[in-house]
Write a protein of this length. Structure first.
Length: 153
């Protein structure tokens, strides 16, 4: 997906078994971010950065939604272990990740693999992507600050 595209309505099932739809957030902006694997160092740093700045993002009108290929049970453990109070979608079949364009070839330790490309989409109140943070742009430990700097907060 690209800036200007509308995200899908059905996003998936979160760590609590709830179906999450983009239409549930109409009138609010979204930080929709993909991460490779729950409970790994980079993904934990990114999630904790977002949780730490959740109130500031909410004041700016943003809700947060995470998505990875992890099962619901692992997403639940991840959320509980780090007191994450936003939905974490379990996209086990990678349908959403592929639609968003954050599933593809990557190089790790000199080895080519296919997997989740860490990406963040800022989405407006109508469900339209307004900004995409690419894997090379994202600094996991300060990602929320990067978003806040971009939106001018």
């Amino acid at each position: 997906m690209n800036v200007g595209d509308r995200i899908p309505d059905v996003l998936g099932v979160d760590q609590n078994g709830n179906e999450i739809k983009s239409s549930d957030f109409r009138g609010r902006k979204l930080v929709l971010y993909s991460y490779p694997k729950a409970n790994t160092s980079g993904c934990t740093a990114e999630a904790c950065s977002l949780q730490q700045h959740k109130d500031e993002l909410e004041v700016a009108g943003y809700a947060i939604i995470g998505v990875s290929k992890d099962r619901v049970e692992l997403q639940k453990k991840f959320a509980d272990a780090h007191s994450l109070s936003f939905p974490l979608i379990a996209d086990t079949d990678t349908a959403l990740l592929q639609t968003l364009g954050c599933w593809g070839e990557k190089v790790a330790c000199g080895r080519r693999t296919v997997g989740i490309l860490r990406t963040t989409y800022l989405v407006n109140e109508e469900g339209v992507i307004t900004k995409i943070f690419t894997p090379k742009e994202i600094k996991t430990k300060i990602h929320a600050e990067q978003i806040l700097d971009f939106i001018g907060k």
